[in-house]
Ligand binder design. Structure first.
Ligand SMILES: Nc1ncnc2c1ncn2[C@@H]1O[C@H](COP(=O)(O)OP(=O)(O)OP(=O)(O)O)[C@@H](O)[C@H]1O
Length: 579
């Protein structure tokens, strides 16, 4: 950067003797040889003298041809340096973007579930896809600004050596123009903020409308979505157009101010200070380069300020992620077997911005290798209980324990490796059935995959033309709800968990398949601990223990017969609702 600016400064100083030849001697110095007449070439400027001496020391005769060659060489050197700087800057930008993206992605995955559940997915997607990219672009402008600033310094230093009066005037005027454009810069910052909001809106809109596209079609609301999308796009476009107008206006103001300054310098130099023509022409040349440089600096600063809100937003979200980060996972260890029981001891948990606790002093015991059914009205706290049981949520009070060991901090992540969970809304990756199953256990072989499918009553896979290689589509859209649930159960079983939680996981099954899955679950009896949430009556009757939750509290507990006796009528109603 410094070398490039130096070459530029020296190059312009070399123009002084050249212009001296043309201006003062009216042509070449020594006829025929192209050598310069010594006194007139450098004027009385010590720096020019020094440069000429350095050239002759290098064995180069200060001829017009020699000086022009040296000038060309310096311009070439500067072009090479600029080319390398730009390449370096772009590669730095991409490396920063990739590293920041990876860091943010890992940070988002490592954050507490409570934070994830409370935050907006669109903001996280916007961080990863748009904001971090803007940070990279901002960095590129920042580096360019630094390079321009160094070049500007070199220009100024050269100009000061040639004529300190004009240089001071130029510097003062440049600072004045810069100060006058402060409003434009404030606007660039504000527009950068609004662009961030518009991007987040767009991200949210796209995610929501594509996620709910089926509902949109059923409700016949396509036009409404298009209209909302158009409004969001319009808002985004407005921000971009306003920023572009703001940048163009700043550039135009600079151009006018630059031309006015140049005219003023010429006038003052010629009429008042009687500056020698070669120096004046060099100064004109320098200033005609100085003004575009100042203009570039202003534009780069503008773009940097416009990208700054993205950096602030990235910092804010990463700060939140690090404040809400789960303790580190620790090295992967062996499966965590349950020998005696999983226990909840006086667990209390309240979600943010909620007055009422979702779980209020829940104490339960899940003996190893038995099944427990949890039922309760909607909002009673069943899913929250499941999240605590699998170590996803840390209770505010009380604790989760396995065989007497408290599962907290780092141990929560270790425990989760031994837990499998099948929710009502199954998630499948847009990949083959095989790839989806292998998420359960990456090293499972063919016979283990087949066995898991059999156990989960998912043998429909073998009748598909492409079998395990069948692609399931976005979220498994190419399969029926029941097929998705059975695949998710097969994936859970492949994990060979110590605790299997089925959260309304057979809701989409017909009676025949539900009976087959129930049979599969019954076969698991004695192998692993099973927790069934909100299941059908037939399942409840076979569970070793039934727990009824009411408003976050345990209302009844025992065998299905005991629970019915404790809560006559209401237990039946709840079970009926779940069916
Ligand atoms: N992420 C969350 N943020 C704030 N409140 C929540 C959150 N998740 C659940 N709740 C609240 O906690 C309470 C318990 O919810 P939970 O989902 O555990 O109930 P549930 O018994 O599983 O209900 P359902 O049978 O309808 O799924 C409810 O009042 C619910 O509104």
């Amino acid at each position: 950067m410094v070398l490039g600016s130096l070459s530029e400064g020296i190059g312009f100083i070399l123009l002084v003797p050249l212009l001296g030849v043309l201006g003062a001697d009216g042509g070449v110095g020594s006829a025929g040889t192209g050598e310069l007449a010594d006194a007139s070439t450098g004027g009385d400027n010590p720096l020019v003298e020094m440069l000429l001496q350095a050239l002759s020391w290098l064995g180069l005769t200060p001829t017009i041809g020699g000086l022009l060659l040296a000038f060309l060489g310096l311009v070439g050197l500067r072009a090479l340096i600029q080319y390398s700087r730009e390449r370096l800057s772009v590669s730095l930008q991409h490396r920063l973007v990739d590293r920041l993206r990876l860091h943010a992605y890992a940070a988002l995955l490592g954050v507490e579930w409570r934070w994830i559940a409370a935050s907006r997915r669109a903001d996280q997607a916007n961080l990863l896809l748009t904001d971090i990219n803007r940070v990279g672009v901002g960095l590129n402008f920042g580096i360019a600004l630094l390079a321009t600033a160094v070049t500007l310094l070199a220009y100024l230093a050269t100009a000061f050596i040639l004529s300190w009066q004009m240089s001071s005037l130029a510097l003062a005027s440049g600072m004045l123009v810069f100060w006058l454009l402060a409003g434009q810069r404030r606007q660039a910052l504000a527009l950068g903020r609004s662009l961030g909001e518009a991007n987040r809106d767009l991200q949210g809109r796209v995610q929501e409308s594509l996620g709910g596209i089926k509902l949109t079609k059923i409700l016949g609301q396509e036009e409404r979505h298009v209209c909302q999308f158009r409004q969001t796009l319009q808002r985004l476009r407005e921000q971009q157009v306003r920023f572009s107008a703001n940048t163009s206006l700043a550039r135009a103001l600079f151009q006018v101010a630059g031309a006015a300054l140049l005219a003023a310098y010429l006038y003052l130099g010629l009429v008042f200070w009687e500056t020698p023509v070669p120096e004046l022409l060099t100064l004109v040349l320098i200033f005609s380069r100085l003004i575009p440089q100042l203009q570039s600096a202003q534009q780069q600063f503008h773009h940097w300020l416009h990208a700054l809100p993205a950096l602030e937003e990235t910092e804010r979200l990463l700060g939140e992620c690090s404040a809400a980060a789960e303790p580190p996972a620790g090295p992967p260890g062996p499966a965590w077997p349950v020998r005696k029981a999983i226990e909840l001891d006086a667990v209390r948990l309240t979600y943010a911005e909620r007055d009422r606790p979702a779980l209020d002093g829940v104490s339960l015991r899940f003996p190893a290798r038995t099944s427990t059914a949890i039922i309760g009205t909607s909002g009673a706290g069943k899913s929250t209980l499941a999240d605590v049981l699998m170590g996803l949520l840390e209770p505010d009070e009380g604790h989760l324990g396995v065989d007497g060991e408290t599962v907290t901090g780092q141990r929560r992540r270790a425990w989760r490796r031994s837990v499998a969970y099948v929710p009502q809304e199954v998630f499948l990756f847009n990949d083959s059935i095989r790839a989806n199953l292998l998420w359960g256990r990456p090293d499972a072989d063919e016979s283990e995959l087949c066995q898991a499918l059999q156990r989960a009553a998912a043998d429909f896979v073998f009748d598909l033309p492409q079998g395990l290689e069948t692609r399931v589509g976005d979220g498994g859209v190419r399969l029926s709800g029941g097929e998705r649930q059975r695949l998710a159960l097969a994936r859970a079983l492949l994990k060979q968990p110590s605790l299997l939680i089925l959260d309304e996981a057979t809701s989409a099954l017909d009676q025949e398949n539900e009976a087959r899955v129930r049979e599969a679950i019954e076969h698991l009896h004695g192998d692993l601990t099973v927790v069934l949430i909100g299941h059908r009556l037939a399942t409840l009757e076979h569970a070793d223990q039934v727990v009824v939750l009411e408003a976050g509290r345990v209302a009844a507990r025992g065998s299905w017969a005991q629970v019915r006796a404790t809560l006559p009528g209401s237990a039946d109603n709840i079970a009926h609702d779940a069916s």
